[in-house]
Design a protein around this ligand. Sequence first.
Ligand code: FES
Length: 143
Amino acid sequence: MSEFEPKIVAYCCNFCAFAAADLAGAMRLQYPPNVRIIKLPCTGKVDAIHLMKAFEDGADGVFVAGCLEGQCHYLEGNLRAKKRVAYVKRLLAEVQIEPERIDMFNLSSAMGGRFAEIVEEMTQRIKDLGPVNANETRQAVKS
Ligand code: FES
């Protein structure tokens, strides 16, 4: 039997996490290939509906990665994203989906190693949780 390979969606700020992912690649750091990155001008652009839609579309896990607190280029975008992630955690719990499937991380563009660690951490966490039942999730998210 093949091992479960989770699908993870990462919403990454252009200034930090996306650049850190780029750096991880340039440094030839190894990390699991389970993550699909969506580049944002700032994590403040991500809304709860985008995060829930990722689950509806089949993601087993989602994370948002923004600038370090106090270093957002749009002042408080990462703080807004943090609140939205916390809100989505509560929504997931209400529909019986583990809130650990979503998380928020903060890093700088120089933290290529940290980006690789985050991908490792999220991949292992979602592997431990197992797949989200796609049909149940779609029904729960839509209701
Ligand atoms: Fe990076 Fe706002 S500019 S999180």
